[in-house]
Design a protein around this ligand. Structure first.
Ligand code: SF4
Length: 342
């Protein structure tokens, strides 16, 4: 079982100590005997231990920066929500295909923001602008927030905040099973708790450092029993030799273990594997032994924003994926809704 994340090194921005959560975290990490360094800005987190880029990258993924979120303007977050709510960035996981490798560039450490109240006040403004329309906030656009939340509880605060709101809903997705502290949060059904699921092969070879399939399913069961609306994101859908069987086993296990009430309001999101040329270079540098197949010749090129196109599967492969996985959803969870395939 993958253990809950504990940073090897912690940086604290001085301004973070103006906030109760900043002080609380400092005390907590001191008590845990973790090395703490001060930094005036996260951009100064240089000189991470390590002799080369490879070692520094791994160290960064075990480094937590406790800071203050300056930009309180939220990004949009289509197709799953209206806005991305920033509670943390970065992730301790080592998924080979992860988009954070390119978006976070040379700074792949994890940051948590202690000014949660200010972030939530900002969310309030966005809700007011759209009311009486519902506004959905996605908390996992730039991190796997659940993976770090057992230390910070800022996600828990957000869950309770939206639980009391009139026009807000929260959603996030995780590959981690460390959910116990979230089970008693007063969510009032306004948070959709999603797990990223995949065929065992993909988890085993391409998602090191994250919770294994059975642990994720166990966590999903607990979350469903705590009354949260549940969802699964099957991503990235990856065509390996036995993919049809691998994904069928996944659906079988889910059906077997989920409580009856959970399957009535269950959502699925399906996302095929894709990569860009710059991402491929970074992945090959960070994970030189990866089994992740990224052969441009075998893929279909899809034009993208900023001139950076993605390589997705061929049209007929996409159709097959949609049919096979859509078929499993219909067979194993006839009451669930498929939100999108992309
Ligand atoms: S768990 Fe998610 S955010 Fe973290 S490395 Fe894996 S894909 Fe990236």
């Amino acid at each position: 079982m993958v253990k809950p994340f504990v940073p090897e090194l912690v940086y604290i921005e001085p301004r973070a100590l103006d906030y109760p959560l900043g002080r609380e975290l400092k005390e907590k990490f001191e008590g845990m005997g973790i090395e703490i360094r001060e930094t005036t800005s996260h951009n100064q987190v240089r000189n991470l231990p390590g002799e080369n880029d490879f070692q520094k990258y791994r160290m960064a993924k075990s480094t937590l920066v406790v800071g203050v979120r300056k930009t309180l303007k939220f990004d949009t977050s289509k197709p799953s929500a209206e806005y991305a709510i920033p509670l943390a960035t970065g992730c301790m996981g080592h998924c080979h295909y992860c988009y954070l490798q390119t978006t976070m560039g040379s700074k792949p450490y994890i940051r948590t923001y202690v000014n949660v109240d200010e972030v939530l006040d900002s969310a309030e403004q966005y809700m007011k602008e759209r009311a009486p329309e519902m506004t959905r906030f996605e908390a996992s656009c730039t991190s796997d927030i659940v993976g770090v939340d057992h230390l910070t509880h800022s996600l828990k605060r957000a869950i309770e905040y939206f639980g009391q709101s009139e026009y807000g809903q929260l959603r996030f997705v995780t590959k981690f099973a460390h959910v116990d502290h979230l089970l008693d949060a007063k969510h009032n059904g306004r948070t959709r708790f999603r797990f990223s699921m995949n065929a065992d092969y993909v988890i085993k070879y391409l998602e090191p450092g994250t919770s294994r399939l059975d642990d994720r399913i166990g966590a999903a069961v607990k979350v469903a029993e705590a009354g949260y609306p549940l969802g699964f994101i099957i991503a990235p859908i990856y065509l390996y030799e036995d993919w049809k069987e691998g994904y069928r086993v996944l659906f079988e296990k889910l059906q077997d273990r989920l409580p009856d009430h959970a399957v009535k309001d269950l959502t699925f999101e399906l996302i095929q594997h894709r990569f860009t040329k710059p991402a491929k270079r970074v992945i090959q540098k960070n994970y030189p032994m990866t089994k992740l197949e990224m052969d441009e010749e075998k893929r279909k090129y899809k034009w993208g924003r900023y001139g950076i196109g993605k390589y997705v599967y061929q049209k007929d492969e996409q159709e097959e994926m949609k049919n096979v996985l859509g078929g499993y959803i219909a067979e194993y969870f006839p009451e669930a809704s498929l939100e999108y395939f992309t």
